[in-house]
Design a protein around this ligand. Structure first.
Ligand SMILES: [Zn+2]
Length: 178
């Protein structure tokens, strides 16, 4: 089964815990306004790969970290799996479908790593639109940050870096404006 998303209603306990954490950890002069919280259900194959990795590294810590990325579609109205786009520049839809990819990641001078932050306001700097020339999106005031489970992440400056795609499980996508 392919990965899918579930749009959480504001009355669900999951919505409330994710949005409360996000807002309390977002240290900024203005508080982010949460637009939506999507639960990510990665494919069975992806889940199995993560669970196997977790078993192999059972003495390693599991952290819940943030990952900001850019988007190329209408994330404001994103509610169902059918609405995911296939634009190669859309980090949001690409990560939901396939997880974060090292091939799309930035180097820190010592190779490519997928970057995470312990706080969403740090990830905010990596959000925004990634539209092709001539394309205009009406949702550009919105930003999207993933919450992911990460095993054995390495602290680097004020962030964390991960060099293994198997160590990462996307859990939620928070769409917000600030
Ligand atoms: Zn997209």
């Amino acid at each position: 089964m392919n990965s899918s998303i579930t749009h959480l209603t504001t009355s669900s306990p999951e919505y409330n815990s994710v949005s409360a954490n996000f807002k309390s950890q977002f240290q900024h002069s203005t508080s982010p306004k949460i637009h939506s919280v999507l639960k990510i259900n990665m494919s069975n194959q992806f889940m199995n790969r993560f669970e196997n990795f977790k078993k192999q590294r059972k003495n390693c810590s599991k952290l819940q970290l943030y990952h900001g990325t850019k988007y190329s579609c209408n994330i404001k109205d994103l509610k169902s799996t059918e609405m995911l786009c296939s634009h190669f520049r859309c980090g949001v839809c690409g990560i939901i479908k396939n997880g974060p990819k090292l091939t799309m990641a930035n180097s820190n001078g010592n190779g490519r790593f997928i970057w995470f932050a312990p706080f969403p306001h740090v990830s905010h700097g990596y959000t925004g639109t990634n539209s092709a020339p001539g394309q205009v999106y009406t949702t550009s005031k919105f930003a999207a940050i993933f919450m992911m489970d990460v095993i054995d992440a390495t602290p680097f400056q004020s962030c964390y870096i991960v060099g293994n795609e198997e160590a990462i499980l996307p859990k939620y996508l928070v769409v917000y404006e600030i």
